[in-house]
Design a protein. Sequence first.
Lengths: 110, 114
Amino acid sequence: DAGITQSPRHKVTETGTPVTLRCHQTENHRYMYWYRQDPGHGLRLIHYSYGVKDTDKGEVSDGYSVSRSKTEDFLLTLESATSSQTSVYFCAVGWGFEAFFGQGTRLTVV
Amino acid sequence: QQQVKQSPQSLIVQKGGIPIINCAYENTAFDYFPWYQQFPGKGPALLIAIRPDVSEKKEGRFTISFNKSAKQFSLHIMDSQPGDSATYFCAASRPKAAGNKLTFGGGTRVLVKP
């Protein structure tokens, strides 16, 4: 599992509330990624990081922000959760075509 | 806009059959084409990958066929087993571009019946 831990694994939250998901890695990977998985859409990149405090947007970044203050931790924040952000969120590390994914966080926004 | 299109969305085969999953892409800047396998409740895991200058690659019972001129590639699962039941994603990567980002297809749920 490339030493990736996502927390929480499951969360139910109310519309309009902020939510932070955490990804922790133990293998010192430079690149870290946040994806969301929705039926029929595969995995879509939200944000990624290429080093401490170095982040950039992916294809579905609206409504999300990220932070990386340490090599091992990459946080994803939903600033004001909406029902359209109900999804399974995956953190990944890796390089090129080889990515290692965490177990995922199932987020439900009610 | 989905840059990698995958079909079919789901597939049911009998044990020993050969499920075939197809993907198509537009961007010729992609330079690696991996396949990922995902079991329920788990994250995707790399299964096999191919470069566009290779027409076929085999790893065990999994084979990728690649047609560069048609911008299409496919995954064949030979002698499929119930344990192969999973969701499969094709993807394309651009290692030289910023972020080493992967672009995924929509996924195919494969069920292998005993």
